[in-house]
Design a protein. Structure first.
Length: 857
RNA sequence: GGGGACGUGGCGGAAUCGGUAGACGCACCGGACUUAAAAUCCGUUGGCCGCAAGGCCGUGAGGGUUCGAGUCCCUCCGUCCCCACCA
């Protein structure tokens, strides 16, 4: 028997797809559109198995939808700006642009080899001047709209690499590369006003029904809307700051506990603190001490509350005779609320810790049910549960929510404050002091200030020959690039030398695919024809940042009139990672999978080094990483079993949202399925074979139609693994079916179905099978097989019969048989009667076509 | 500290609406083919008792709702993820 040879078959069909240009999306098509997109990769230079799984999933959906009659847009591009290119430039002296291009070429070839059905005519990289020029135009539109602004902002500064770091590059307070403690510096930065969209982004989550709840919850928490009160405490004239400011504004979500207030606290970087520090070294020393604290989880967990009594006092808004001390406290954050709080120790754990340390009063004002106001005390644990307000004048006896409303009303009436919504979300700082990024299209003029680059001068291109050999911003260091005339007055001026956060690049790329080379950044007609993305697929690690920025950008550009869609991604799927076991020598040194030979001794698995036979310790499967050397390249897998096996395996062993463990044995299993399918095509019944009735033929037709239905439903529901399981069963049924004129029609139908059903998973094999059937054209353009209810539904059903919930037998009844009919059958069944011996049937539950339960005693 | 998810054989997992738990794959074991091995093919495999027929137990633990619970509710245990001195 001949063997299936992927090495010759696979390239042949990829060439056939390319020649027929079958994956090009037609903008003018009258079919319903379907836009499927996987998150575009950073061109690191090599495709790993995780990428392969991601794109294989998207490809299953793309090929399935195409077969279902949709005009499918399935594009690919490159998230090509970012630090790795600068690091390569610094370490090897290469040009980051050339390095990136080279990587893109390598990865494109690998991706093409996977047989992913992509429309390559729309490919672009974010480092193309055409793309980032368009992005600059969008930036200027948003600037004009007031959604981009410039202010001084705090940044994470790495003193060793001399660069600003993104929050995610700061790990436990240290730079991710330098490991140096990160400093907070103030720099002039461009910001996007994402907070203007906080409500829209929050409310919009409710419309995203095809997003995982997990991601929606994470975004909701990230935006962090809270309802509360902004309230100004007036200073006690006897103890006011020298400048005589009127009061101190705090934010609270618990105005109901105002009568329990025992102090106010401001952040170490609050303007009041800074004012006091200027005249008092004790204050500035305290502020310096606060800055020392680490930001790691353990450090925050155990961090001591630190406070400094300023000596200032404020008047309680409800009790004019009472004054409260104002402290500086290390646990108050400047960038949330107003940077100042009132402390109610009885009902907030942090306030309580602080009050205990500095001997401040603890006044419970919320009484849990069943407690007595005179005997209820708070010791080391603050009471945060429900209850009735007490010791609080006009609030006494109210429940918490009612008391909040009453307190806000009273404060508003007195003009001391206003009910307010506060968000955890901050504006998005987009300036990066990096050379390999999209230049910010602004010119700074001493006389005219920050001037947008005139649209006709776009793109503002990166210069050739930047010097990356030193740490810091290579663009700022370029000898000539920044010098330019002011577009307004013509005087000597200077370009902004920052580049945009790469998250800006990825916040709108999915719209650019609609018309990747349009003059306008966004060609509205083209974009509206394709947007929103019907199905987006990517890693859960982008649950907040990328997915939130993309939602913001889509809304902002929609309000600008560039696109109709308000939300970019109608459906989102977050796929799991590919893991692999780890292997270590006794000495602890990591080994790659090819350096190891696995053996089974009965039920136990053992590993030894391939060369020396030295025993190897097998470790748990973990995410593939270079440091643990457990990386398997898709190319290696493809060399051994062909890319179809690799695709099939990464989709078959685990549900797609979960991690899948790569194993040789699993890949072999996928290969076995492929060979078995192919072997079924060794003899193919003629196209004009007629259907004959018969037990074997009918049985096969039932399996065929049921499998068509099940595989389609599995793909629609992102249960690719279940779909593969049905294919295994199907090929077994084909194999078991006797051959001959009696079954030719049924076999032909089955073979035609399996070729098309397996096409999304193993497209090369499917084309080969399709051609063996003698079909004209490609399976890639063939319609999805239809199933017929006649063959899917059984004429006769087997109903399990339970007695008191335990299975005790079964009866066969025609489909749709009435409850009465089934009950008669059960009562006439000898086996059931035997089981019921000595029991009296109290009740009979018949669920038609499903189950019978007899309640007996 | 806050939020969320998950827990099913030796392993990955299936059971989509509350209706036969363990589909399918891996591994193991047995068999066929082979001088032999690999590959391939066929078959067994949740646990316990039993020669068998069959019986009992069984979806992290305990309770509840229901004729019926892996699935719904409550409590607990464990694992993982996200956020975090967010007022």
């Amino acid at each position: 028997m001949k063997r299936y040879d992927p090495k010759t078959v696979e390239p042949k069909w990829r060439a056939a797809w390319a020649a027929a240009d079958v994956f090009r999306a037609d903008d003018a098509s009258r079919k319903p559109k379907y836009y499927i997109l996987e998150m575009f990769p950073y061109p690191s230079g090599s495709l790993h198995v995780g990428h392969a799984r991601n794109y294989a999933m998207g490809d299953v959906v793309a090929r399935y939808k195409r077969a279902k009659g949709f005009e499918v847009l399935h594009p690919m591009g490159w998230d090509a700006f970012g630090l790795p290119a600068e690091n390569a430039a610094a370490e090897r002296g290469v040009d980051p642009a050339a390095w990136t291009r080279d990587n893109i070429d390598k990865m494109r070839a690998e991706l093409q080899r996977l047989g992913v059905s992509l429309d390559w005519s729309r490919e672009f990289a974010t480092c193309d001047p055409e793309y980032y020029g368009a992005q600059q135009a969008l930036f200027l539109k948003l600037l004009k709209r007031g959604l981009v602004y410039r202010r001084e902002g705090l940044v994470n500064w790495d003193p060793v690499d001399m660069t600003v770091l993104a929050n995610e590059q700061v790990i436990d307070g240290r730079g991710w590369r330098s490991d140096a403690p990160v400093e907070r510096r103030k720099l002039n930065q461009w910001f996007m006003r994402i907070t203007d969209y906080a409500d829209a982004l929050l409310d919009g989550l409710d419309t995203l029904e095809r997003w995982p709840d997990k991601v929606r919850v994470m975004q909701r928490n990230w935006i962090g809307r809270s309802q509360g009160l902004r309230l100004t405490f007036a200073f006690d004239p006897a103890n006011a700051p020298t400048e005589g400011s009127a009061g101190l504004e705090v934010y609270t979500t618990r105005p109901d506990t105002l009568f329990g207030a025992s102090f106010l606290a401001v952040a170490p970087d609050h303007p009041l603190t800074e004012q006091l520090a200027a005249g008092n070294p004790a204050v500035s020393d305290f502020v310096a001490a606060c800055r020392k604290g680490g930001t790691s989880e353990a450090e925050i967990e155990s961090a001591e509350k630190l406070g400094f009594d300023t000596g200032l006092r404020v008047v309680h808004p409800f009790e004019p005779d009472k004054t409260l001390p104002v402290w500086v406290a290390n646990f108050v954050l400047m960038d949330y609320g107003t940077g100042a709080i009132f402390g109610c120790p009885a009902h907030d754990q942090r306030d309580l810790d602080f009050a205990r340390k500095y001997s401040l009063p603890v006044l419970p004002v919320v009484l849990p049910a069943g407690e007595d106001a005179s005997s209820f005390h708070v010791k080391q644990e603050a009471y945060v549960g429900p209850g009735k307000i007490c010791r609080s004048g006009f609030l006494d006896g109210l429940e918490i929510e009612a008391a909040k409303r009453a307190a806000v009303e009273r404060i508003e009436a007195a003009g001391a404050g206003v009910g307010a919504t506060v968000y955890r979300l901050r504006d998005w700082g987009v300036s990066r002091q990096r050379g390999w990024g999209c230049p910010i299209p602004v010119i700074h003029c001493a006389a005219c200030g920050a001037q947008p680059v005139p649209e006709g001068d776009l793109p503002v291109r990166l210069p050739e020959g930047m010097d990356f050999s030193q740490p810091g911003n290579a663009l700022a260091r370029h000898p000539t690039w920044r010098h330019v005339a002011c577009p307004s007055c013509g005087a000597e001026a200077s370009r902004d030398t920052d580049t945009l956060d790469t998250f800006v690049d990825s916040s709108w790329y999915f719209m650019r695919y609609a018309a990747p080379h349009a003059e306008e950044a966004i060609d509205r007609t083209a974009v509206d024809a394709w947007m929103p993305v019907d199905q987006y697929i990517g890693g859960i690690e982008h649950a907040v940042l990328h997915l939130l920025y993309a939602r913001f950008m889509t809304r902002a550009l929609s309000d600008e009139g560039l696109v109709t869609a308000k939300e970019p991604f109608a459906g989102l799927f977050t796929q799991g990672m590919v893991t692999h076991e780890t292997y270590r020598r006794q000495t602890g040194e990591w080994l790659t999978p090819d350096e190891v030979v696995l053996r089974s001794e009965g039920a136990t698995r053992q590993a030894v080094m391939a060369e020396t036979g030295e025993p190897v310790v097998i470790g748990e499967p973990v995410k593939m990483s270079k440091s643990k050397r457990n990386v398997v390249a898709p190319a290696d897998i493809a060399d051994t079993w062909g890319v179809d096996s690799a695709r099939l395996f990464v989709l078959s062993d685990s549900p797609p949202e979960r991690d899948v463990q790569w194993t040789m044995a699993g890949a072999e299993g996928a290969w076995r399925l492929i060979s078995r399918v192919w072997q079924e095509f060794e003899t193919v019944p003629p196209a004009d074979a007629s259907f004959a009735r018969g037990e074997a033929a009918d049985a096969l037709r039932r399996v065929t139609h049921r499998t068509v239905k099940a595989v389609g439903e599995a793909i629609e529901g992102f249960r690719f693994n279940s779909g593969v399981a049905r294919l295994y069963e199907f090929v077994a049924a084909l194999k078991a079916c006797p051959r001959g004129p009696q079954t030719d029609g049924a076999r032909r139908e089955g073979l035609s179905a399996i070729a098309r059903l397996i096409a999304p998973y193993a497209p090369h094999l499917a084309e080969e099978c399709w051609s063996l059937l003698g079909e004209q054209g490609l399976v890639a353009t063939a319609p999805w097989p239809q199933w017929d209810a006649v063959w899917v539904e059984d004429d006769e059903k087997t109903l399990p019969v339970q007695i008191n919930g335990k299975r005790r037998g079964e009866v066969r009844a025609p489909a749709g048989a009435s409850a009465e009919f089934v009950e008669q059958l059960v009562r006439g069944d000898a086996e059931i009667a035997r089981r019921l011996d000595g029991l009296t049937v109290q009740k009979v539950i018949v669920v038609p076509d499903r189950i019978v339960n007899l309640v007996a005693s």
